[in-house]
Design a protein around this ligand. Structure first.
Ligand code: PEP
Ligand code: MN
Length: 338
């Protein structure tokens, strides 16, 4: 149930509604944004009667929410959420956010040089994993804390915001010290302990779709984070596993339209992991813009042949720059700003 307060409802009236909800053992979630206060009720074991709330002073509407995900749903918040990263950086709304960088931080010189190039080409975020979830325990696992330090340097020099993966609860506080946006990877989309933990951190979260996860499961994963207090979530469509074997995954661009319909949170597309083949990345970035995504995340490497991870899907800074030129021309047609 969603309680929508009158435009001129007083604070004591809002407090009273919260009190009534909590007295029943349910949770009252104040929904940020919008012109009036809305309170989403969760943790109620069964449907409730709206009249209890409609009788209270200051209450305009009591709307039943039919979906299993509540706080992330459009039913609860009609307007698009713009996720504020800092005072002059936000994801969603009219912004088309471009996140670029290598799969993993591999060294200071290489990261700084990619950072300078993607910045020049128009990216606003630098990506790069310091803690890498790898299929094989024998593969490069990331530079860990040293990698975070290198990301910090790149941020200081270029002004690019940093997005990097948090792999587990143990390293969450450390990674959160360095990241502007925390990435929860596909393999962790249903790591509920991690979802709860990032829900309690005051940092935006890029939540990647699990490789075999349905849209519904992605929405429920986001609900875990929001229900723990963190409303700053961005979905990331990064491809799902299908019967196809030539491509690494199948990029589900249709999911972008569905997520936008069902939820108010922004959506970023990652064609690098979505396809796994570098030559298809620029066309799919253009497609992401066309389909209404709020941004892209692209793997860019100076020397893809030598990359320690995901070289086959990484594009060079030169290719990234020419793609950006094209996309800057496309953006105004789609009412987006790059
Ligand atoms: C990544 O972004 O480098 C990554 C590991 O992505 P995913 O979790 O989508 O596989
Ligand atoms: Mn990668």
């Amino acid at each position: 149930m969603l309680i929508v307060m009158d435009r001129d409802a007083s604070q004591p009236q809002v407090d009273r509604v919260v009190e009534v909800i909590e007295a029943r053992g349910w949770k009252a979630n104040i929904i940020p944004g919008g012109t009036r206060v809305s309170i989403g009720i969760t943790h109620n074991p069964s449907a409730m009667e709206p009249h209890v709330f409609l009788m209270m002073d200051g209450v305009a509407e009591a709307i039943p929410v039919s979906k299993p995900y509540k706080l992330v749903s459009r039913e609860v918040k009609r307007d698009d959420t713009v996720v504020k990263v800092d005072s002059d950086c936000a994801i969603g709304g009219e912004n088309f956010t471009v996140i670029a960088g290598p799969c993993a931080v591999e060294g200071e010189e290489s990261l700084l040089s990619v950072a300078r190039e993607v910045k020049k080409a128009g990216a606003t975020f630098l990506r790069g994993g310091a803690y890498k979830p790898r299929t094989s325990p024998y593969s490069f696992q990331g530079m860990r804390k040293q990698g975070l330090e290198i990301l910090k340097k790149a941020r200081e020099e270029t002004g690019l915001r940093i997005i990097t993966e948090v792999k587990d609860v143990q390293t969450l506080d450390l990674v959160a010290e360095y990241a502007d946006v925390l990435q929860v990877g596909a393999r962790n989309m249903q790591n509920f302990t991690l979802l709860e933990a990032v829900g309690k951190v005051d940092k935006p979260v890029l939540l990647k779709r699990g490789m075999s996860s349905t849209i519904n499961e992605l929405l429920m994963a986001a609900e875990y984070i929001v229900s723990n207090g963190n409303y700053r979530i961005i979905y990331c469509e990064r491809g799902i596993r299908t019967f196809e074997t030539i491509t690494r995954n199948t990029l589900d661009l249709g999911a972008v339209t569905v997520l936008k319909k069902l939820s108010h949170l922004p959506v970023i597309v990652d064609p690098s992991h979505g396809l796994g083949l570098w030559y298809g990345v620029p066309p799919l970035c253009r497609a992401a813009l066309a389909v209404g995504a709020d941004g892209i995340m692209v793997e860019v490497h100076n020397n893809p042949l030598e990359a320690l991870s995901d070289g086959a899907q990484s594009i060079t800074p030169q290719r990234f720059a020419s793609m950006m030129e094209q996309m800057r021309k496309m953006a105004p047609l789609l009412d987006k700003k790059i």
